[in-house]
Design a protein around this ligand. Structure first.
Ligand code: SAM
Length: 289
């Protein structure tokens, strides 16, 4: 436990899929003026250097955000949601050169309106200190609460939010194999308390039994609670035996009606920009109650 540091994966293809979807969810939910509560159950450090530290060692951003920026700079056609996502990454890189990658806490903080609130959970003893320090630097800091607590057990206590309008990002590291089980329990409890919330769950698309079963487990929970869902997976390559993460997915419960159309445009662009060989492909499925 606690060997996972998100800086190794900052700006990877998995971050791109997760953050692009996250931005669309927030923007859709902000179409109404009522206050929105956003809960990021697994926050990480908040923002990462791409030039030094863990990210420079792993070089995952080279196959992710650097590749996407090059693709766009070469004049390839893109999609609105890709442009919006890239715009938010550029906010943290005012000098033009890509040196910093914002994690979900910073992306979400930048999108907050004055009436919105952001709640961040982080358990790692070093990451929580870095996160607190980073959040203090934000002009939105007063709208943000940071909890050094286990979000799987604490989530239900925050639901439903006072305004009854809420978005929950669940982005575990799955470092602890039990996370798959904790996720199911947390989702059951969350839907019992706040069935109309929008829930976005990230997962690594791995051969491991629990990971492969995750989308079906989430479908079962959504169906049991009579909720609509959307499932998107982005595979950038198919190289059996290769240790690096080649695919990841997002499972959304109560997705906005606009999300599927949006991803039908964005995912083929991400495949063109980030794909390696003919194994690059995406999945996009949904079910409406
Ligand atoms: N959401 C972040 C982003 O998109 O930038 C990345 C988060 S990273 C995948 C997962 C984080 O969750 C790690 O920093 C880890 O320390 C933290 N974590 C693991 N188990 C947790 C738990 N039960 N409650 C809260 N945080 C946890």
């Amino acid at each position: 436990m606690f060997s996972y540091r998100h800086a190794f994966h900052a700006g990877s293809h998995a971050d791109i899929l997760k953050h692009l979807i996250l931005i669309h969810l927030v923007e859709y939910l902000q179409e109404k003026p009522g206050a929105l509560t956003i809960i990021d159950t697994h926050a990480g450090a908040g923002i990462y250097s791409l030039k030094d530290g863990f990210a420079a060692v792993s070089k995952e951003a080279e196959g992710g955000i650097f590749k996407l920026f090059q693709f766009i700079e070469s004049g390839h056609p893109t999609a609105d949601s890709v442009k919006k996502y890239v715009g938010l990454i550029q906010v943290e890189n005012v000098e033009g050169e890509l040196v910093t990658y914002p994690g979900s806490p910073f992306i979400l903080a930048r999108l907050l309106r004055p009436q919105d609130r952001l709640k961040l959970f982080e358990l790692h003893p070093k990451e929580i200190d870095i996160l607190r320090h980073n959040v203090r630097e934000l002009k939105q800091a007063k709208q943000i609460d940071v909890y050094a607590e286990d979000s799987f057990s604490r989530l239900k206590g925050l639901l439903p939010p006072p305004s009854r309008r809420g978005l929950v990002l669940i982005d575990p590291s799955y470092e602890d194999k039990q996370d798959y089980r904790y996720l199911e329990t947390a989702m059951e409890e969350a839907l019992q308390r706040f069935a109309t919330g929008c829930y976005a769950i990230w997962y690594p698309a791995l051969a491991r039994r629990e990971a492969a079963a995750l989308p079906d487990r989430m479908k079962k929970i959504a169906t049991h609670h009579k909720r609509s869902w959307l499932h998107a997976e982005l595979r950038v390559e198919n190289a059996p035996g290769e240790r690096r993460l080649q695919a990841s997915g997002m499972f959304i419960i109560n997705p906005p009606w606009t999300l599927e159309k949006n991803l039908a445009q964005a995912l083929p662009i991400l495949i063109k920009a980030l794909g390696i060989g003919s194994g690059a492909q995406f999945v996009l499925k949904s079910f409406e109650v």
